[in-house]
Design a protein around this ligand. Structure first.
Ligand code: ZN
Ligand code: ZN
Length: 360
């Protein structure tokens, strides 16, 4: 039985605006009482509405979506879905079968209903491409209580630099709004209030340095564990390899994974791979390329002491760079070739596609 539904609201690493990183996660089950959490919010309510439209459209859910045309801006204007997704991965169009419109419900009302069933945001780091929709969508928080969670660097930045009554109204001080901001501690498990079976643990990682002062730029991996099934899924914010950062933060994260989640229970890692291998180290700016991603997965495999057989790895945050071939396909091919050469095990690599839900 599936444990998690991971809906990709957005997965772009820029520089195209729109479609930036945001993931909605829920458990399969009772559609009337379905609760979600959001990890990052570069995309939000508009995408929820678009996903309702795509699954309520005239294409039947039953026939599958493997041949769906995926928008591309390179050698072809569309690429088939199956060229981005491992053939063994379960993927559905839209938010999944539980998120259909109720009778006489408009798309907007349906989107707001789902949005109101999402009570907790977990933000990996405060870069705009991870929070833009959270800000723009915040007036819709009037109806339901929402809490923004993050490590201190994230919550402080949101309070001081975003909801500061200059860039955006300070909604935390607005009594009519039930919007709260709370800080999580590094490596401290936290109970998800709206989904009581889940605990979520933030793990600090490195995301390069600030441009002017060269200070460390921090980001977060969120490890979500279901206490009943012991299944887990990890969602990573932007990050760089320990090889580049010269820290042991990712090594520590992998150690924590292997100490707390049996490999068979680790259903999926959603992780960035922003740049292709053609990118020089000095142009990675706190991100991964396939060489470094595979290096880090090899470290994960070492932490577990075995090959990563059966693990799903979903690639986020690809940068839409100049070129003939869709960079998502270039990066996926590089990753698959390296993984085979390095004997990583039977890992299923896919690209996170906006508008689709992975069932894990
Ligand atoms: Zn970033
Ligand atoms: Zn980013």
């Amino acid at each position: 039985m599936a444990s998690f539904e991971v809906s990709i609201l957005g997965a772009s690493g820029g520089p195209l605006d729109g479609g930036n990183q945001g993931v909605l996660i829920s458990t399969p089950g009772n559609p009337l009482n379905k609760k979600y959490i959001c990890v990052d919010a570069g995309s939000g309510l508009r995408q929820i509405a678009s996903m309702i439209v795509s699954q309520n459209g005239n294409v039947s859910m039953g026939e599958g979506c493997r041949s769906d045309p995926i928008e591309s801006f390179y050698e072809r204007l569309e690429e088939p879905l199956h060229s981005f997704v491992d053939s063994r991965s379960e993927i559905v169009r839209g938010l999944g079968p539980d998120a259909m419109l109720e009778s006489n419900e408009t798309v907007m009302n349906g989107a707001l209903r789902i949005f109101s069933n999402m009570n907790e945001y977990y933000i990996t780091h405060p870069h705009l491409d991870h929070i833009a929709a959270l800000v723009i969508n915040s007036p819709a928080c009037l109806a339901t209580e929402k809490v923004l969670w993050g490590l201190r660097t994230t919550t402080e930045a949101l309070r001081k630099h975003v909801f500061n009554d200059i860039l955006w109204p300070n909604l935390f001080a607005q009594n009519k709004m039930s919007l709260e901001l709370h800080t999580l501690d590094d490596y401290q498990s936290h109970k998800v209030k709206s989904i009581p079976n889940w605990i979520i643990t933030p793990l600090r990682v490195s995301h390069g340095t600030t441009v002017e002062t060269q200070l460390p730029c921090l980001s977060t991996i969120y490890l979500i564990q279901d206490k009943i099934t012991n299944n887990a899924v990890a969602i990573c914010g932007d990050l760089e390899s320990d090889v580049i950062s010269r820290k042991r933060w990712l090594a520590n994260a992998w150690k924590h994974f292997s100490a707390t989640v049996p490999l068979e229970r680790l259903k999926c890692i959603l992780i960035e791979c922003s740049c292709s291998n053609a990118t020089r180290d000095e142009h990675l700016y706190g991100h991964l390329s396939p060489n470094y991603l595979i290096h880090e997965l090899k470290q994960l495999s070492r932490a577990y002491g075995k090959p990563l057989d059966g693990l799903q790895v979903i690639i986020m945050h690809v940068k839409m760079s100049v070129g003939m071939r869709d960079p998502r396909l270039v990066i996926l091919q590089e990753i698959r070739e390296l993984a085979a050469a390095q004997e990583l095990g039977d890992v299923r690599f896919s690209i996170a596609l906006q508008g689709y839900t992975f069932v894990l």
